[in-house]
Ligand binder design. Structure first.
Ligand code: NAD
Ligand code: SER
Length: 311
């Protein structure tokens, strides 16, 4: 990777991905793109809508990119409110990225998600290769994306790679409308109000990961020697299995009076219940050495410290 284009660069992952890629490869080597402006000017940026193949092609050609980190997408909760848009952006946008990458000979990183699993998937753990019959448009788009990326690899030799991210927790950029957003909001509300009303039910367990591990996973996968990869799109990766009350207990180590209550949103609860409680990430560990660094308490300590500074 020497010249990189990031789509969806103003999002929760994109903001921190661009920062890290610029630290590693140089500011000018990384072109950030999105349909909205990133908060701060930190290097080259272009407005690119991934559903517009010509504008995407122009940006990738102008930048002489050899790699695309394709992060533009609509997430699960918004996806159920706007399924048609989700189809256009998540499937149409990815198709455009793959077509431009094929023509311009770029490697492509595309995140999938635990949402690529559904109620028929063995939930604890969800194997690497298993039943994938999700019941959300977001999940459908993620399964289609995995298949498209594998197809472009086997049919055209395009170097496509991806991970199935769990819910991601971070303090730099707010999440964009997913089901696991509660695990970010709980920290903001702890720092601001010492209490949190949770929209998923007590006991709902999902895989989660702290953002520095998620960023490192993507970059390590893209740097891994191709001959080591048996799977490509997409690897299960896990770090911790969380419920709202487990996060609250971790926060209470530092804020003993922190109060957690519930006001369950049936739509997002149904999405959460359709996802596995844990993924089996042994393929990622074996094929390219995946290993998370942050556990729950380490993540909580950093989230509370950083948000106290920021808020
Ligand atoms: P986000 O919603 O925070 O950011 C997505 C970005 O895409 C936004 O900045 C948005 O403006 C941009 N975008 C939307 N439509 C666009 C379009 N037509 N053209 C160009 N840009 C467009 O999402 P994120 O959390 O950063 O997710 C990035 C990727 O990671 C997505 O593929 C998502 O499915 C995947 N993922 C995220 C999580 C998570 O917990 N954050 C978990 C699993 C997978
Ligand atoms: N965190 C994402 C969501 O909740 C999972 O892909 O939509």
């Amino acid at each position: 990777m020497k010249r990189i284009v990031v789509t969806g660069a103003a999002g929760q992952i994109g903001t921190e991905m661009v920062t890290r890629l610029r630290e590693l490869y140089g500011t000018e080597a990384v072109l950030a793109t999105d349909i909205r402006s990133p908060g701060a000017e930190t290097g080259p940026f272009a407005f690119v809508d991934v559903t517009d193949g010509e504008s995407l092609d122009a940006a990738i050609a102008r930048h002489r990119a050899d790699t695309v980190f394709h992060l533009a997408a609509i997430l699960s909760a918004v996806g159920e409110q706007r399924p048609q848009l989700t189809y256009q952006v998540n499937i149409g946008g990815l198709f455009n990225v793959l077509e431009v990458a094929r023509a311009r000979e770029c490697a492509v990183f595309t995140p999938s998600s635990i949402a690529a699993f559904g109620p028929g998937t063995p939930p604890d753990p969800a194997p690497q290769d298993t039943i994938q019959r999700p019941n959300t448009m977001y999940g459908v788009s993620k399964v289609a994306g995995e298949l498209l990326c594998d197809y472009y690899f086997s049919r055209f030799g395009l170097d496509t790679r991806g991970v199935r991210y769990p819910g991601l927790v971070s303090h730099v950029t707010a999440p964009g409308g997913g089901t696991t957003d509660y695990a970010v909001e709980i920290y903001y509300e702890a720092v601001l109000h010492n209490r949190f009303e949770c929209f998923v039910a007590e006991g709902t367990q999902l895989d989660m990961m702290y953002m520095p591990d998620a960023i490192r996973a993507a970059i390590e996968l893209m740097e891994a020697p191709a001959e080591l990869l048996v799977h490509r799109n997409a690897f299960n990766i896990g770090a911790m299995q969380l419920t709202p009350e487990r996060i609250a207990d971790s926060i209470r180590r530092r804020m003993p009076d922190f109060e957690l209550t519930y006001n369950v949103d049936p739509a997002r609860q149904a999405i959460a219940e359709s996802w596995p409680r844990r993924v089996d990430d042994s393929a990622a560990r074996e094929e390219w050495g995946w290993s998370p660094e942050y556990d729950l308490d380490a993540m909580t300590d950093e989230m509370l410290d950083e948000l106290a500074r920021k808020l």
